[in-house]
Unconditional design. Structure first.
Length: 278
């Protein structure tokens, strides 16, 4: 998070209400508190708080308060999309003219959210991913027509607490975003899993194959993160003509290899994202 983002986060004067404190909501909360957001300013609405979330009450975070909450400065909705239609209407009492609503629910459109929240509510739809848990996530966001520049800056600050943030103007792109970065970590984990199994088939002990695959995928990801070179150049740098890597890439880059398979996978995920929109 930049200094500008931190200043935007500090503009919150009304409570920040987090609805749903599971893995993603909890990761965001940890990021906000780590950046200096006063715990007393945070309200969590979570029917089954984990022990880690419940322990935050000692620091001043209000968890499922019984008294009047009032209007929120920011309302972050982090529940499962399948329960959105049931949960969101009950949040209307926390929404005022200045409230910013931020959704991290997969598939749920701005129109869907506008239909459940008071008319004129500023809403940002976003799609984070699970590396947010270690501050290395990436989130893509889009705002509705009621979102001001200041509210966009606030949303950016809230989302940047767990990693990089990208903004799009066309909401139709969010299904593809979900398929690439939202679901993408699972594809990478599958790569590590499949590489380990391939190592076993090549004769390696299972535990060694698993370690080699895990560290190779993690190290390569870190190199990609730190290097100014693009992925294609980094791949080429590993590949000697006629060598072992080239032999493997001849298979992976064939007409029925990795790229067309990923295209099919991303297409399927984007289709499911559209279906979740209802």
């Amino acid at each position: 998070m930049t200094t500008t983002d931190a200043r935007a986060l500090n503009t919150l004067t009304a409570p920040l209400v987090l609805v749903g404190a599971g893995k993603m909501g909890g990761a965001m909360l940890e990021g906000w508190l780590g950046l200096g957001l006063p715990p007393q300013q945070v309200i969590i609405l979570e029917p089954k708080p984990s022990d880690e979330i419940a322990a935050l009450a000692v620091r001043g975070v209000r968890i499922n308060p019984t008294g009047e909450i009032g209007q929120a400065g920011a309302l972050v909705v982090a529940v499962k999309p399948q329960v959105a239609a049931e949960v969101i209407p009950g949040l209307a009492t926390h929404v005022g003219p200045e409230t910013l609503a931020v959704s991290i629910m997969a598939g749920k459109t701005l129109a869907f959210l506008e239909g459940l929240l008071p008319a004129g509510t500023a809403i940002v739809r976003s799609m984070p991913n699970t590396p947010a848990a270690i501050g290395r996530g990436i989130t893509v966001a889009v705002g509705n027509a009621h979102t001001t520049a200041a509210q966009k800056a606030l949303a950016d600050a809230l989302l940047a607490a767990t990693g990089a943030v990208e903004w799009v103007d066309d909401e139709a792109l969010m299904d593809a975003v979900t398929a690439v970065s939202g679901s993408g970590p699972a594809y990478v984990f599958l790569l590590a899993e499949a590489l380990a199994k391939a190592g076993e088939r090549a004769g390696l002990p299972a535990d060694l194959a698993s370690r080699l695959a895990r560290v190779t995928v993690a190290g390569s990801g870190e190199l990609l993160h730190r290097s100014p070179l693009d992925a294609a150049t980094l791949r080429q740098n590993v590949t000697s003509p006629g060598g072992t890597t080239a032999a493997a890439l001849d298979v992976l880059m064939s007409s029925d290899g990795l790229e067309p398979l990923l295209v099919k996978a991303v297409t399927a995920a984007a289709k499911r994202s559209r279906e979740l929109a209802g």
